[in-house]
Design a protein around this ligand. Structure first.
Ligand SMILES: C[S@@+](CC[C@H](N)C(=O)[O-])C[C@H]1O[C@@H](n2cnc3c(N)ncnc32)[C@H](O)[C@@H]1O
Length: 233
């Protein structure tokens, strides 16, 4: 059991993909479609999905006729391998950069936001969704923090500041705490934390306490999920 758990921690995205239906972010396909609507993605839109994971959002954009490509440090077969802080793509070559539940994983983030701005055309749009936290970021083992998109998360004001400092004007910011609550329920219905972690002794008890703490923070609204659309200035 301990080995199984270590495997899940070594590859957090594969573990999350196993327990979540569809895209690896709160709100699933519906929230992706809403972001694509808000940024006018349709026939011929050149879209870069930055941190595309399994590529579900790329498929959603393509099904609208967009010329969509996914980039990830661990990309799907038809994606580009790369890091969000140094995008291996030409300046001004995209109409939309989509970044769902990924900027909160990039240390510093400012460089990644500037890179998103660099690769966008003048009338381009950034479609972003991210975890936000009010107060202190919960302390968790690194892989778990990564799986839950908490490794470099910040409060909502800091997120908006970082996007604006990178040269964007932010508009239309929305809160999606209900999506986070639904994702929590989906994972809890598929993973019996107590049975799984109960067999790991003291280490399992610590993780269980951390999960309970997180659940409480989602309930209280201290941890939330937001989306925004931004335009290069
Ligand atoms: C929570 S998943 C989200 C995946 C996808 N955007 C979605 O919503 O389904 C985060 C993804 O970001 C990728 N990632 C994290 N940091 C990255 C970086 N610095 N450069 C490129 N990809 C990164 C991970 O490999 C993972 O696929």
């Amino acid at each position: 059991m301990g080995k199984l758990f270590d495997k899940a921690l070594a590859n957090p995205w594969a573990a999350l993909d196993y327990v979540v239906d569809g895209p690896l972010h709160p709100g699933g396909r519906e929230s992706t479609e809403a972001l694509l609507d808000r940024t006018g993605v349709g026939e011929g839109t050149r879209l870069l999905d930055a941190g595309c994971g399994t590529g579900e959002s790329v498929a959603a954009a393509r099904s609208r006729g967009a010329r969509a490509v996914g980039l990830d440090r661990d990309p799907p077969a038809d994606g580009i391998r790369g890091d969000l802080s140094h995008l291996p793509v030409q300046t001004g070559s995209f109409d939309v950069v989509l970044a769902e539940c990924v900027m909160c994983l990039v240390p510093g983030r400012s460089l990644a936001f500037r890179e998103a701005g660099r690769v966008l055309a003048d009338d381009g749009r950034l479609a972003l969704s991210d975890m936000v936290v009010a107060g202190e970021v919960p302390e968790l083992p690194a892989p778990m923090s990564e799986m839950l998109c908490l490794s470099n998360t910040s409060d909502r004001t800091t997120l908006v500041d970082r996007v604006e400092t990178a040269g964007f004007t932010v508009e239309d910011i929305r809160d999606h705490r209900e999506d986070l609550l639904a994702m929590r329920d989906q994972i809890a219905s598929r993973v019996d934390y107590e049975a799984l972690l109960g067999r790991l002794g003291e280490r399992g008890e610590r993780l269980l306490a951390a999960i309970e703490d997180l659940e409480g923070r989602v309930e209280s609204g201290e941890l939330s999920y937001v989306s925004l659309v931004a335009h290069p200035r």
